[in-house]
Design a binder for this molecule. Structure first.
Ligand SMILES: NC(=O)c1ccc[n+]([C@@H]2O[C@H](COP(=O)([O-])OP(=O)(O)OC[C@H]3O[C@@H](n4cnc5c(N)ncnc54)[C@H](OP(=O)(O)O)[C@@H]3O)[C@@H](O)[C@H]2O)c1
Length: 252
């Protein structure tokens, strides 16, 4: 099989579980050397070992991307140790649901710090390297894929601050897409529906009990990884700007 991403380097944030882990594996299978960023080092070590067992190349970056210096250092280490940066998958995120009235403020802060600021810190540090990669062989194009959500398109009762963060990701992505388009850095937005990962498990027990029946059919993390892989393996003249993906039975 031809490996379309051979000779390129991808950084995946939130690579220790769910969509990020599946995406890192999928990009490595396409020949990209992958930098794996998240806080849980043991998970990253296990994933890196799996990728290496399959003939791939992986770098473990234990970091908290809500800390601007750690986010910038993750990008710097990727470039220093793997040589370049062609693809940033801005995936790390948290979803804490429930009524706004009486919500713990630290949950709101956590979502804004990770889903918005963490994504921005990584984007800011990565853009100069993506511009360099886009001007260079082997592909002369670079990619930033920002992971939003169905909640980035429609706010619902009980997801206000999560939706706020994902609407923001959509706005930033579209603006940056326009800014970088002529330099062949493609900025894409992926908006998954319900996907079986650890995401919901971080909610308070009372919220978990309330939302348990909301989620019917769910996709697998690999389904979203497929979509991301499709986006970053398009030929240079094709940019998939936005992709909304739901499980077939999910109505809204
Ligand atoms: N699952 C869904 O139904 C769904 C639907 C729509 C959108 N999404 C979006 O998809 C993205 C991935 O979520 P997921 O579903 O795969 O959930 P997940 O399994 O909970 O993965 C979240 C990832 O983010 C990482 N992370 C959390 N805090 C971090 C921090 N401060 N610094 C660095 N990494 C951090 C976690 O690793 P550590 O804990 O090891 O740091 C983990 O690897 C999120 O942006 C989410 O909003 C998911």
């Amino acid at each position: 099989m031809q490996q379309i991403l051979r000779g390129t380097v991808a950084l995946v944030t939130g690579a220790s579980s769910g969509i990020g882990a599946a995406t890192a594996t999928a990009l490595a299978a396409q020949g990209a050397a992958v930098a794996l960023a998240a806080r849980r080092r043991d998970r990253l070590d296990t994933l890196a070992a799996e990728i290496k067992d399959q003939g791939g190349s992986a770098l473990v970056l234990e970091c908290d991307v809500t800390d601007q210096q750690q986010a910038a250092a993750a990008v710097d280490r990727t470039v220093t140790e793997l040589g370049r940066l062609d693809t940033l998958i801005n995936n790390a995120g948290v979803m804490l649901l429930g009524p706004a009235a009486g919500a713990p403020l630290d949950e709101w802060q956590q979502m804004v710090e990770l889903n918005v600021l963490g994504l921005l810190y990584c984007a800011h540090a990565a853009v100069p390297h993506l511009l360099r990669a886009a001007a260079d062989e082997p592909r002369q194009v670079a990619d930033m894929v920002n992971i939003s959500s169905v909640a980035g398109r429609a706010a619902r009762n009980g997801n206000g601050v999560y939706a706020l963060t994902k609407f923001g990701v959509g706005a930033f992505s579209e603006s940056l897409r326009q800014e970088l388009a002529r330099q062949y850095v493609r900025v894409s937005l992926v908006e998954p529906g319900a996907t079986a990962t650890e995401l919901a498990s971080h909610n308070r027990p009372e919220v978990l009990a309330a939302i348990r029946n909301q989620f019917g059919q769910r996709m697998a993390a690999g389904d979203i990884a497929d979509a991301i892989t499709y986006i970053v393996t398009r030929p240079r003249h094709v940019a998939v700007n936005e992709m909304l993906i739901r499980p077939t039975e999910q109505e809204r």
